[in-house]
Design a protein. Structure first.
Length: 215
């Protein structure tokens, strides 16, 4: 684990930005968020920015642009595939959550696109469901852009602050102690992600997550 963290924290800045942009884009456009959450990669981009591998502004710009573009592609996928989209492999075993998202979209309308950005499952499927529901693209884009901007800035900032904490630990206790702490943090993130993915197959009533928090 420490070797992996060491590689991530020492990758060239351009590579960090490319990987971050692709991961965030694909999360919404291609549903790979069920496997590799773009949010985790975006946080790591913030860590890289704090370490000087890239600028904070560049990391934020890449994450926001990839989020908005990925949602827009997801919208078009839903618009053109319609209900056939529900038969693709990543969604077959998540029909309860899909129905939950559809109901939430029907009740909230376009604001559901913004609010869904803050929940892992909804972030991956809401753009496509908005396209399937034939939401006017202008309204979708407005809330998509707002969600992408606020979410992108927030998650990269979290990573930046985490990177500052890493630097303090490294300065005080040494490089290997800092890598060990970073490894523990990544393991914790992985455990949380796994628990979220497992919860996707359960009834929302079973784990008290009927919908994203209201604005």
């Amino acid at each position: 684990m420490t070797g992996l963290v060491d590689q991530l924290l020492n990758a060239p800045g351009w590579l960090v930005l490319v990987v971050t942009g692709l991961a965030v884009f694909a999360e919404d456009a291609l549903f790979v968020g069920f496997v590799v959450p773009g949010e985790t990669v975006a946080v790591l981009a913030g860590v890289a920015a704090e370490r000087g591998q890239t600028s904070l502004a560049a990391a934020m710009a890449v994450v926001v642009a990839a989020a908005v573009a990925g949602d827009s592609v997801g919208y078009e996928v839903g618009k053109h595939l319609g209900q056939r989209l529900m038969r693709i492999r990543p969604l077959v075993h998540r029909q309860r959550r899909i129905r939950q998202a559809q109901d939430y979209l029907a009740r909230r309308g376009a604001p559901a696109v913004f609010l869904g950005r803050w929940t892992a499952f909804f972030r991956a499927v809401m753009p496509a469901l908005a396209g399937t529901a034939r939401m006017p693209y202008g309204r979708f884009l407005a809330f998509n852009a707002l969600g992408g901007l606020t979410w992108g800035v927030a998650v990269v900032t979290v990573g930046y602050l985490a990177g500052a904490s890493y630097a303090r630990v490294e300065h005080t206790f040494g490089r290997y102690a800092a890598l060990a702490v970073a490894g523990i943090v990544l393991v914790a993130v992985a455990v949380i992600a796994i628990r979220r993915h497992r919860s996707d197959t359960r009834d929302p009533a079973d784990h008290g997550c009927a919908e994203p928090p209201s604005a």
